[in-house]
Ligand binder design. Structure first.
Ligand code: 5GP
Ligand code: MG
Ligand code: MG
Length: 181
């Protein structure tokens, strides 16, 4: 698995430190609110698991799954709901926990959909942001790290369902996906 990694972009320590900072900020901002963390499966599971333990106020969690990518590395622009939320959103302060903001298409679609269900507020927390790739304007309150336009894997992020269990975030060697095409 390690042999497929071109370089490490963010170490375990860097991620851990940043997640603690984000958690502290979120706990402060949501102290008097009704926080519901919404994790978008599967890429955000590692981030969600660490982030929720860094937020020291009462909160609820829920999960949804959408597909926008297929198995490859290019966005299709098509967002399909695979698994919907279970919790009633009325009066809740939603914080969508995402792995990476790339084109922004997925998040833009999710936000529009969730806003129709009468939440008190909807905001976004993304671990990674790739500003060079944005195609739609999505307002993001919390960003872990800004990353260059490279395909990254690890800490939840996959290539063809692999590498999610890497404890750090790295760049995949191009020959790994070139050989699969
Ligand atoms: P968007 O709709 O913003 O273009 O894409 C969002 C989703 O595409 C992310 O949640 C993630 O699943 C996937 N994605 C975008 N860029 C990358 C990347 O560099 N690496 C991986 N593994 N997934 C990515
Ligand atoms: Mg995602
Ligand atoms: Mg993926």
């Amino acid at each position: 698995m390690k042999n497929d990694v071109l370089k490490v972009l963010l170490t375990e320590e860097q991620i851990h430190e940043r997640v603690a900072e984000l958690g502290a900020q979120i706990a402060k901002d949501y102290a008097d609110k009704n926080l519901l963390l919404v994790s978008v499966l599967k890429g955000s599971v590692a981030f969600m698991a660490d982030l929720m333990r860094a937020i020291d106020i009462p909160l609820a969690i829920d999960f949804m799954a959408v597909s926008s990518y297929g198995s490859g590395v290019k966005t299709s622009g098509v967002v399909k709901i695979i698994k919907d939320l279970e919790i009633d959103l009325t009066g809740r302060d939603l914080l969508i926990v995402e792995d990476i903001l790339d084109s922004g298409m997925t998040l833009s679609y999710i936000i529009d959909m969730l806003e129709t269900r009468n939440p008190n507020s909807v905001r976004i927390c993304t671990l990674l942001d790739k500003p060079e790739r944005h195609q739609v304007d999505v307002p993001v309150e919390y960003i872990g790290f800004t990353v260059p336009d490279e395909f990254v894997i690890g800490y939840g992020l996959d290539y063809d369902e692999r590498y999610r269990n890497l404890p750090y975030i790295g760049v995949l060697k191009p020959e790994v996906y070139e050989s699969a095409e």
